[in-house]
Design a protein around this ligand. Structure first.
Ligand code: ZN
Length: 383
């Protein structure tokens, strides 16, 4: 039997419509069957609905600290995008492979799986963990179940590589993010009698102004490794009011804060919450005790600042372009792995410039660069 190439596996993975809103079980099942054909058992970790799952598998001696090769199985939607070929059919055009997830990040998953026959045939001096998650694209929601399993291991892995597209450059940091929904409940009234109502939109505006003040303050704390070199905050969605002649009873808006590693996002949300309770709520409740302002977290992931440990240094020597400290603007599951005590590097084939867009692609050259890294890793795991 010929072992499939990274490209063969990529073609299979692209064919699964694993957009985050869909079940990823067909893809997970494919990976499980593939691994078991090489005698590797998988642990499938379902979500509460049973519709989605993480997959965890290990090759090599489990009583030693090893390396996690990690990636997410979900992709972003193609709705409304102008594709020149079927996004779920891997298609080659002039040195590029097109398809949803080719860059973000099924090429990495395929390269990891293509290495499996070699890994199982080798005498590894440490284990390799394969950790595939779901729901990364909707706020790193799926990986928590996987991390809970890793937490239970008697010996924690020594390092993790999250293979998000970095063109195989080692990325040692990114900002964290918290997305928050604010609901303002006022009191409706006829607009001719505004003093009898509590205008939820106007109170929402005051909260947003306070958020803008906070955004300005955040600019003062700089870290030049990041672009922009400060934490950012913005309101991105708003909804409120029923008609112009009614004092609006409800207003809802969503904001996000993207924080440098040294900034505590929850503290900022707590600060805003405390301010609204002290400055706005008493005024509102003087008119109606039903008035309320609530904040709820929609999603969050921590920033990543890769710990400099021996295992990370060793992995860096295997990369084609090492020793360049880089950060990326997008978030990954890396900060969560590190929060669970596993030093984590982000490095994978392809470029995030192509991620999430129509005609997403990976170059054949990047696919080869990733395969070359996998081979060096394989050799190193046997030294
Ligand atoms: Zn991704």
């Amino acid at each position: 039997m010929n072992n499939p190439t990274t490209r063969d596996i990529l073609a299979d993975l692209i064919a699964f419509d694993s957009v985050s809103r869909n079940s990823n079980l067909a893809l997970i099942d494919y990976v499980q069957v593939y691994l078991s054909s090489y005698g590797v058992e998988s642990q499938i970790i379902h979500d509460a609905s049973g519709e989605k799952a993480n997959l965890l598998a290990v090759i090599g001696p489990q009583d030693l600290p090893g390396i996690v090769l990690s990636g997410h199985t979900d992709v972003v939607p193609v709705d409304g995008q102008d594709w020149h070929s079927d996004p779920f059919l891997l298609t080659e055009r002039s040195g590029k492979l097109y398809g949803r997830g080719t860059a973000d990040m099924k090429s990495w998953l395929a390269a990891v799986l293509a290495l499996v026959p070699r890994l199982v045939a080798a005498r590894l001096r440490m284990p390799v963990w394969i950790a595939f998650s779901y729901d990364e694209e909707v706020g790193c929601k799926g990986v928590h179940g996987l991390l809970a399993q890793l937490d239970k291991l008697p010996v924690l892995p020594a390092a993790c590589i999250v293979g998000e597209p970095t063109e195989m450059y080692p990325v040692m940091g990114h900002k964290g993010k918290i997305a928050v929904r604010c609901n303002v409940t006022g009191l409706s009234a006829h607009s001719a009698y505004t003093p009898q109502g509590v205008n939820a939109i106007e109170y929402a505006v005051r909260i947003m102004q306070q958020l803008m003040t906070l955004a300005n303050r955040l600019k003062q704390q700089k870290n030049l490794d990041f672009d922009p070199p400060f934490s950012t905050l913005q309101t991105g969605l708003i909804n409120g009011g029923k008609a112009l002649n009614i004092v609006p009873e409800h207003c809802q808006f969503d904001f996000e804060i993207r924080t440098l590693p040294q900034v505590n996002a929850q503290q900022l949300v707590d600060e805003i919450t405390t301010w609204t309770q002290a400055e706005l709520l008493p005024e509102m409740q003087a008119i109606s005790p039903q008035c309320a302002i609530t904040f709820s977290t929609l999603s969050r992931y921590p920033a990543l600042q890769t710990q400099s440990v021996d295992m990370i240094d060793a992995l860096l020597t295997l990369l084609p372009k090492p020793q360049i400290l880089q950060t990326v603007a997008y978030g990954t599951e890396g900060g969560l792995f590190q929060q669970h005590g596993i030093p984590t590097l982000v490095c994978g084939p392809g470029c995030m410039e192509q991620g999430h867009k129509p005609d997403e692609f990976i170059t054949l050259e990047q696919l080869q660069a990733c395969d070359a890294f996998m081979l060096r890793l394989w050799h190193w795991l046997q030294d």
